[in-house]
Design a protein around this ligand. Structure first.
Ligand code: ADP
Length: 262
């Protein structure tokens, strides 16, 4: 093979230059990611502190407030909530895309893990009178390894969407299925569904279907994009079936740990 590598004037060659450029780009990406992470967390902490002050005013803990003031405070509270939620999405995406950070894969007890996440949605589902049901599997769950924080973000996003894009008084059912080499966590709702002509876009960054925007103003369109990245890092996948006006079923598929396949 003829590898003809020319020398530059300073004695370096093109491969050296490319390597240097690559290292420079990697350093810049790490610095950018650190900047997003640090400033994002600081912003979120400040917004959370602000949220509790607003809550105290709204709850009357700091004295009686007029109806006019209540209306303004309520609007501020809601837009503060939107900003906290957007920042959380940005921070999770930044973490998922940060190539310098390794995923920390650990074995988990999947049923406990899911129950714990469902519990965190008690208030939200109660508010919308959504019945949140977890059908526990009647088979022994084989071993799976996940990065707990990242996988939690995926399931949280699916359950949050299933509640958010549902109709009040309806239901969300979460279940687990098992095939020869994978486990599927299934989140099924009876909500607004995803229009057929928009289904191919929902994993795109910032994409929100028209019926979703109409139903719920709040949303970044980053959740599913991030969830897909996280599932890929787990060598798994995420897919869905949906019918507009009938409901949507999301499936997060995880490969079984090598020990389970022996
Ligand atoms: P967000 O919910 O912040 O808009 P996501 O990335 O989580 O962003 O979802 C992208 C889009 O996919 C949503 O805006 C909505 O159009 C659609 N979608 C996701 N989950 C559901 C669901 N359970 N029911 C109906 N539409 C959904």
């Amino acid at each position: 093979m003829n590898t003809n590598i020319s020398k530059n004037d300073d004695g370096s060659n093109d491969i050296d230059t490319l390597k240097e450029e690559n290292t420079r780009l990697q350093d810049a990406t790490i610095r950018k990611s650190e900047f997003i992470s640090i400033s994002g967390h600081q912003l979120r902490t400040s917004l959370s502190a602000f949220k509790w002050v607003l809550r105290m005013f709204l709850d009357g803990d700091l004295g009686v407030i007029s109806e006019e003031a209540r209306g303004l405070l309520e609007k501020s509270y809601q837009s503060n909530e939107s900003m906290i939620s957007l920042l959380s999405d940005i921070l999770t995406l930044n973490h998922a895309e940060d190539g310098s950070r390794d995923y920390n894969f650990e074995e988990i007890k999947l049923v406990d893990f899911i129950e714990n996440i469902i519990f965190s949605f008690t208030a939200e589902s109660f508010k919308h009178r959504i019945e949140l049901t977890f059908i526990k599997p009647d088979f022994e769950i084989p071993l799976i390894r996940v990065d707990q924080a990242m996988f939690r973000a995926v399931l949280q996003n699916l359950i949050e969407n299933a509640i958010k894009y549902n109709n009040d008084g309806q239901s969300v059912v979460i279940s687990i299925e098992h095939s020869a080499n994978s486990l599927q966590i299934i989140v099924k709702d009876t909500g607004i569904g995803i229009p057929l002509d928009e289904q191919s876009h929902v994993f795109e960054r910032f994409y929100r279907a028209k019926n979703a925007i109409q139903k719920e103003e709040r949303g970044s369109g980053l959740g599913l994009y991030t969830a897909q990245k996280i599932m890929e890092a787990h060598r798994g996948s995420i897919s869905f079936e949906s019918q507009q006006g009938i409901g949507t079923t999301f499936i997060a598929k995880l490969p079984l740990s090598p020990q389970s396949l022996q």
